[in-house]
Design a binder for this molecule. Structure first.
Ligand code: GLV
Length: 309
């Protein structure tokens, strides 16, 4: 009998195919009656592929052994509940670092040089009657990185290539890193022209980028959120972008995505992106392969390639 797993949301086609070749896959997101499906599978499901797993779902699947999340961020999984129930949790780190760092630079340059507006300027024929206004550049500016993890380090390297000065804030100073560490996020924001957020989401970082942090960044400062919408006091950020108390924002993630505060749509000092940090063919293939590798390793009783619990 094949091992039965539950898939909680749509995955990349190649990943779904690889799962289907190895397991009996039940798609929760396609079930007309999710409760009935869970009840029916309760004694059989040993693995979950995907996120959005809370303690209640774990309790309804008493044979569950592993949750293989598609994504490096696993804030949609209650890891504390998983640990308490001896359920392993895996994520997909590293394979997305380059894609994340590339789009971060892209959004920063898009915001600094107003690339979306410049494109519209040409398309709308406005160039025929005058030049596009002068903009700013990254060169020579200070970027404060919140969360100097694997992705943060790749962003730091690319910012250095732009001749920016890199500083960082996180839970700990990293002795081997050459960048100046700030134990206070507010202090770092005060000294930054750009504040790049790549910290994980979840309770411990909720609204860590508070109004006070944004005020410290100030009217010339720009915030770039590549982590999670939950990191920022979004209401304060929107209000400050409108009033000019905050200089600008490049946002790939939002508090209630795909809902985006409408107030942002009319703002010229904002670049919006639909949570696509890792969304390249190359990277998503590798993320899918890592989901499958983790499940395979678990059921073969081998060490997990990327366990978080
Ligand atoms: C994307 O947001 C991820 O966590 O991989």
């Amino acid at each position: 009998m094949p091992i039965e797993i539950l898939q909680t949301h749509k995955l990349l086609a190649s990943c779904e195919q690889a799962l289907a070749e190895r397991y009996a896959v039940h798609k929760l997101h396609e079930a007309p009656d999710r409760d009935a499906l869970i009840a029916d599978l309760a004694q059989r499901v040993r693995g979950i592929a995907g996120g959005n797993v809370d303690a209640a779902l774990m309790d309804r699947l008493p044979k569950l052994e592993i949750i293989a999340n598609f994504g490096v961020g696993y804030d949609s999984i209650d890891t504390r509940a998983a640990r308490a129930r001896d359920i392993r949790v895996t994520n997909t780190p590293n394979v997305l670092n380059d894609a994340m760092a590339e789009i971060t630079m892209g959004l920063m340059i898009a915001l600094a040089r107003r690339i979306p507006q410049a494109d519209q300027f040409v398309r709308q024929g406005k160039w025929l009657s005058g030049s596009f206004p002068l903009q700013s550049e990254l060169n020579g500016k200070t970027v404060g990185i919140l969360g100097l993890g694997r992705i943060g380090k790749e962003i730091a390297g690319r910012c250095q290539a732009m001749r920016m000065r890199v500083i960082y804030h996180g839970r700990h100073r990293q002795e081997l890193e050459p960048f100046v560490y700030y134990s206070s996020l507010v202090d770092m924001a005060r000294d930054s022209d750009w504040l790049v957020l790549v910290a994980p989401g979840g309770r411990s970082t909720e609204k860590i980028v508070s109004r006070q942090v944004l005020e410290a960044l100030g009217p010339a400062g720009r915030v770039v959120n590549m982590g999670r919408g939950s990191l920022v006091d979004e209401a304060a950020m929107v209000e400050m972008l409108i009033s000019g108390k905050l200089g600008g924002a490049a946002l790939d993630v939002f508090e209630n995505e795909p809902q985006v505060p409408e107030a942002l749509f009319g703002l010229d000092n904002v670049v919006l992106s639909p949570h696509q940090g890792s969304a390249t063919h190359q990277t998503r293939q590798q993320m899918g392969a890592l989901v499958v590798k983790n499940l395979e390793a678990h059921f073969a009783r081998e060490p997990l390639p990327s366990a978080v619990v």
